[in-house]
Design a protein around this ligand. Sequence first.
Ligand code: BYC
Ligand code: FE
Ligand code: FE
Length: 472
Amino acid sequence: MATNIDYNELIPNNVDLASDRRLQRALESWHPKFMQWWRARGPEYFQDNDVYLRTAISVDKNGWAHFGKLKMPDYRWGIFLAESSAEKKISFGEHKGESVWQDVPGEYRAPLRRLIVTQGDTEPASVEQQRLLAATAPSLIDMRNLFQVNVEEGRHLWAMVYLLMAHFGRDGREEAEQLLIRQSGDPDKPRILGAFNEKTPDWLAFFMFTFFTDRDGKYQLASLAESAFDPLARSAQFMLTEEAHHMYVGETGVSRVVQRACEIMNDNKTDDVRRFGGIDLPTLQKYINFHFSVSEDLFGSGQSTNAANYYTSGLKGRYQESRLKDDHQLTDEPYKVVRVENGKLITIEVSALSVVNERLRDDYIADCQRGIDRWNKIISDRGIEFSFQLPHRAFHRQIGEFADVHATPDGRIIDQGEWDRHTNDWLPSEADQEFVASLMVQVTEPGEFAAWIAPPRMGINDQPVDFEYVTL
Ligand code: BYC
Ligand code: FE
Ligand code: FE
C-alpha cells in the first residue's frame, strides 16, 4: 500500500483532510477498494478513453466545477461540504432553536448511520445499473452525460463514506466496506432499496431513471440538507448542485425521444412511429408508469414511525423546511392523505407528523407533474392530440398502504384478474422492451444521433453539440 500518496492532493476537499491522520488512513485503505469496484462494476467500456467531464473543485457558487478531458479512473472524487455559518440553528423537531451538531449525538448514532448508509447505498447501485449502457449510446454527447452521471454518483458515495469514516469510527469503516460489497440485483446481497435492484437495460430506461429516480435523490437530499447533523446537511446540500444535471439529462433525454416521435408522426402522417424507427408515445407512457411508480416506493410507507422519529429528533426534515409556515414540530398539524378503505380510495386527515414520508412524496409528485406538463407541451406544440399522465399513486406500488392492492393508472382499485389482463397495457411488456432494445445502436460520430432520438438543443458547457465529448 502506497502510504506516500498525498491524499489531500488526490482527494480535492474542503474538510481539511490534511489535518486528520486517522481519517486519511481510513480513506487510504478504502480508496483502492473503491477503484477496484469502479473497474469491476463501473462503466464497462471506455475507461481508458478521454471524456469531457466536469469535476467539483470547490463549493463556490460562481464556479465550483472544472471542465476538461480525462480518463474516468483519473477523475478526482472529492469531498465537499457546502458553506456553513457559526450561528446555524436546528430548524425543526424537538431540538428546534438549538445549535446544529458538528458531531453525532450518542442517542442518534444508529438512526443517523442508517440514513447515511441508505443514501450511500443508492449511489454505487445506480452506477452498477448503468454499467453496460455505453455500448448502445445514441451519441457521443449522451455517452458523455452517462459517464458524468456515473462519476458524480461515485463522488456521492465518497461523500457518504467520508461521513461514515469521520463520525462513526469502526462501524463506519465496516459500513464503507459493505457499500462496495452489496450489488444491484444480486439476490444474496442486494442493494437496500427496491428501485436500485431493477435493471436499467436501455437508454429510454436510463432517461426515465435520471428523471424519476434521481429526482427521488433530489427530494431525499433536500430533506437531509435540513438535518441537525450539520456535516450531513452540508454534504447533501452540495450533492444537490450536481443532482440538477442528472435530472436535466433525464428530462431532456425523454424530451428528445418525444420530439422524435412527434416528427415521425407529422412527417409520415402516421401513428405507427415504430415502423419508422422511433419510440411511440403509448410506449413512453408505459415507461413513465413503471419508473414513476418504482420511484414513489423510495419514499417509504406514507404512515411511518421511522420518519416521525427522524423528524422529531431533527435528523431529517421536510422539503424546504425553513420556508414552511407552521410550528416545525408538527405537534398539532393535520395533513390530508389517501387511504384504501373497503376497496375504495378515500381522503382522510391525519397527524402530519405520522405521514412525513407521504408529504415528501406529494412534493415529489408535484415536481414530476411539472416535467410531464413540459413533455406534453412538446406534443401539443406539434399539433398532436396525445398527453402523458402520471399514474395514480396507488398504481403498481410495492411499499406502503397500496402495496396490497392493485389499482389502474387512473386510480381505481381492481382485482388480481383485471390486473393480470392489463399489466401489459400499463407497464412495458416484454415485447415493448425488446422493441426498444432493438433500436439501441451505438453512434460515435460527433454530432450524429441514433434515429430514435432528436439531437439536444445545446451542448455541454458551451461546447457545440458536435464536439468530440469522448475521444475514441
Ligand atoms: N425498498 O417507515 P418505512 C438517490 C423499508 S435516491 C426496500 O416505510 P422509512 C439516487 C425500510 O427500510 C435517494 N425497503 O420507511 C438516485 C424499513 O425497513 P425495516 C436515496 C424499503 O424508514 C438515483 C421498512 O421498509 N436516499 O440518492 O421512513 C441515482 C419500513 O420503513 C423501501 C434516501 O433514501 C424501499 N423502497 O423510509 C443515485 C435517504 N422503503 O426498518 C442516487 C435515506 C422502505 O422494517 N433513507 N423500506 O427493516 C431514508 O430516508 C429512508 O430509509 C427511506 C425509507 C425514506 C428510504
Ligand atoms: Fe447521487
Ligand atoms: Fe444523481
